[in-house]
Design a protein around this ligand. Sequence first.
Ligand SMILES: Nc1ncnc2c1ncn2[C@@H]1O[C@H](COP(=O)(O)OP(=O)(O)OP(=O)(O)O)[C@@H](O)[C@H]1O
Ligand SMILES: [Mg+2]
Length: 327
Amino acid sequence: MKQLPELHLGTINLPPDTITKCINILAKRGAGKSYLAGVLEEELAKNDYPFVIIDPMGAHWGLRELYPIPIFGGDHGDVDIEVQDGPRLANLIVDLKKSILIDVSHWDQDTQREFVTEFVNELYQKNRKPLHVIIEETDVFAPQTGGGKEGKASFKAIDNLVRRGRGRGIGVTSITQRASILHKNILSQADLNIILNMQANRDLESVKELLDDDGIDSKGRKEIMNKIKRFGKGQAMFYSPQWLKLTEPHHIRRRETHHAGSEPPLDGKVPKVKLKRLKKDKYIDYLNRDIKNADLEKEKQNFKTETVFVILGLFGAALLIGTFGFL
Ligand SMILES: Nc1ncnc2c1ncn2[C@@H]1O[C@H](COP(=O)(O)OP(=O)(O)OP(=O)(O)O)[C@@H](O)[C@H]1O
Ligand SMILES: [Mg+2]
């Protein structure tokens, strides 16, 4: 049997079953989380492993420099999306078996959460084939506390995906700046934690707790924590005591495509990035078809309501005429 390709992240390769595993990418601001996720996405794209990115930062479209992944929403989207398009996009992934990028950076947080809840719930219901879901800023969608009713709903959806997605072929990569505010259920379910440079005490404490839960003694914990605090760009601790059976520092390779998550240059010159062209008719068609149907349904519904009002109106008028006519 032909061997499936591994994912070359740098000084470490991840095995093909990464697709259905859960990974946390944890680090402080600017430490290289989105960059590393971009490297993972390049590996998935070049080896034809199906994936979907949920991007509330607009930091992932650069992948299109080399790979014809359709982009929905955001500044570089092939197709604009509406908040109610979540289930349609989930069905599109399942029906067309395509990797896609969903850029929700143009919405406020509650709208992003609303969209993600519907998308994730539908994906969980419908998907049966290996699929990797990468979620930027997962703490927005699965906060330990707060988040209002939208945050609670998106947490429930993601928690379900992380806990029970394996049976549906779904693996999840969760990215967060703040390990301490990401819901503990998500943090503790990972098969692999990739920890880059971290400084904040509360976030370091959350990592320490993970190591503690896995039975690493205080000397071991101290060594790991000291390394994490000193990491430079591109350095990361790979911690997977059960699945990969390793705790090792590694170097992340350079990206092959534009990293859209970089800070804008001080001289204000925006780098020119040539994106792969893509035939988008089929995606527009797919969404429009359903949108048209939805519109039709709405029209039918409106027509029914209007008809009821007209009949009631006529009935009322007849009653009045009858009453006053009689007087
Ligand atoms: N492996 C790497 N090799 C070379 N440069 C890197 C690497 N990782 C990160 N960088 C550099 O560090 C910068 C910041 O990385 P990145 O955008 O991934 O940070 P982040 O952790 O996602 O930050 P934020 O939380 O603010 O989104 C990148 O623009 C890139 O220049
Ligand atoms: Mg980032």
